[in-house]
Design a protein around this ligand. Structure first.
Ligand SMILES: C[S@@+](CC[C@H](N)C(=O)[O-])C[C@H]1O[C@@H](n2cnc3c(N)ncnc32)[C@H](O)[C@@H]1O
Length: 219
């Protein structure tokens, strides 16, 4: 990760330093700007404290984003031309990879500043077809079904699981897949456990971070 402070977007919150993370796979490279990677408990505390101070924690790079990004890059044929909904996109790495492989991607987050950086990152990677949308899981108004729902580090709040369940139930196409980068210590809510009905059998929690061996767990 290299210092990229000169590329900080000018926002109503002022300029803030950003760092560059580069994902390389299969001869390709993607890069996202972020306010800092959350690698340790101390980083996490800092990101959460920053939120209360000034910056939303979605601007940080959560390592869980790296796992689905690798996975998507590995499975290009399954994403090309398919509809993809990204929840809690943050800095946007998985959706950017999917879009660059030819998926039709909608990246969503509830935070305006986060969506701004997500868009900025998309533009830096030359993905032009992505739709960026401010959307809150607790007031979801979209029932368009897509082949994939992706997300990373979005399972940390158990109170939000029923909302996520409803979105999986209403937005996933028949036979579609959910690929989630897990938040450490936070499992995906059990499929069908909240009265939202079964979601099909193609659900994976993607557990690979960085370049390590892939592990997938059926949910
Ligand atoms: C821990 S961050 C993960 C960001 C990014 N996916 C990553 O892995 O780097 C969680 C993200 O979910 C978003 N989020 C949290 N609650 C949400 C809600 N109720 N509706 C929509 N987005 C939400 C936050 O704004 C934040 O960007």
């Amino acid at each position: 990760m290299s210092d990229n402070a000169d590329k900080a977007p000018d926002t109503s919150d002022g300029k803030f330093p950003l760092f560059d993370y580069r994902l390389r796979q299969g001869g390709r490279e993607w890069s996202v700007l972020h306010t800092g990677a959350v690698l340790t408990d101390e980083d996490e505390t800092r990101a959460i404290v920053r939120k209360t101070n000034r910056l939303p924690y979605g601007l940080a790079l959560w390592p869980s984003a790296i796992a689905p990004a690798h996975e998507i890059a590995d499975r290009a044929a399954e994403f090309r031309g398919r509809g993809v909904l990204e929840l809690g996109a943050g800095t946007g790495l998985p959706g950017i990879v999917a879009a660059s492989l030819g998926a039709r991607v909608v990246q969503t987050d509830r935070d305006e500043l986060v969506i701004q950086l997500c868009r900025h990152n998309g533009e830096r990677n030359g993905v032009r077809s992505v739709e960026y949308r401010l959307a809150d899981w607790t007031a979801w108004g979209d029932d368009r079904r897509r082949a994939w729902i992706i997300g990373s580090d979005i399972l940390y709040g158990e109170a939000l699981h029923p909302h996520l369940h409803r979105i999986f139930a209403s937005n996933l196409a028949n036979g579609g897949g959910v690929a989630l980068g897990p938040a450490p210590g936070h499992e995906c809510p059990p499929v069908g456990g909240t009265g939202s009905g079964r979601l099909g059998d193609h659900h994976e929690q993607v557990g690979r971070v960085g370049g390590g061996p892939a592990s997938r767990r059926r949910l």
